[in-house]
Design a protein around this ligand. Sequence first.
Ligand SMILES: N=C(N)NCCCC(=O)O
Ligand SMILES: [Zn+2]
Ligand SMILES: [Zn+2]
Length: 329
Amino acid sequence: MSSNEMPRGPIDSSRIPRYAGPATFARLPRLDEVGTTDVAVVGVPFDAGVSYRPGARFGGNAIREASRLLRPYNPAQDASPFALAQVADAGDIAANPFNINEAVETIEAAAGDLLGTGARMMTLGGDHTIALPLLRSVAKKHGPVALLHFDAHLDTWDTYFGAEYTHGTPFRRAVEEGILDTEALSHVGIRGPLYGKQDLTDDEKLGFGIVTSSDVYRRGADEVADQLRQRIGDRPLYISIDIDCLDPAHAPGTGTPEAGGMTSRELLEILRGLASCNLVSADVVEVAPAYDHAEITSVAASHTAYELTTIMSRQIAANRAAGAAEAAK
Ligand SMILES: N=C(N)NCCCC(=O)O
Ligand SMILES: [Zn+2]
Ligand SMILES: [Zn+2]
């Protein structure tokens, strides 16, 4: 979108019933209908990296279906995200389900193409393996980024069955590759049994700080968001959200559920508290609709992606306004 054009928004659900027609994210236009976009919502239907229940390959489309009910004004952030910037559905990245290494390369290249157009990415997964190629492409553009990782799991394990690219290992690989800013790495929502205490020592050595799901419960969303904001500062930030950060009551449709998780309200509130951060791209992963009920998980995921999209489009609009003010001097 050039700066003097109005963004093309979602289909008007007061004129065309929201359950009619194909599901793009939030009923937004497809990327090929608008040409270029400020925020590209892109699906990555890949789940060959899971260690337990498969099915996250269907997550992106389940989130799109659930997102039919999103409305254009976000009162929690006092913003109309799809009017502030162009947000469009860029479809899916087609990754090889039989060859993880090739899939990782494909995802990195396709994400690089999207970022190369100037867009920020809002990715709908897919299992957590995909965060590695997404981070590689983001780091190619921005340099090492701050990472805020919401998850029940550390995902900094070394290998599974000798495999380096799995949904339990993306963030160890990312630190090893030097694509993360190790001054600003945080996990939020961590809980549940580990393989051993060493998992925590290893994770700390990689540079991560941990906010457990009990910390969120005891300290509250505002205090947690304040602490995270201070750690992140004005660094370029990537947010990766494994939907299993939520309690199975809030997200049953996922592959490796753990009891004692955050509520969807806590997750959304923490994200809103980060609205001033420089969010360059984000993902929501591990939605596995076969284990879902009444779209509980995909509704939570669609609202999560909506908050993230709102943060990005507010910043794009603010940057544009600042640029215009500078040019008018
Ligand atoms: N859900 C994600 N991303 N990782 C879980 C890996 C936990 C395990 O199987 O040991
Ligand atoms: Zn997880
Ligand atoms: Zn994960």
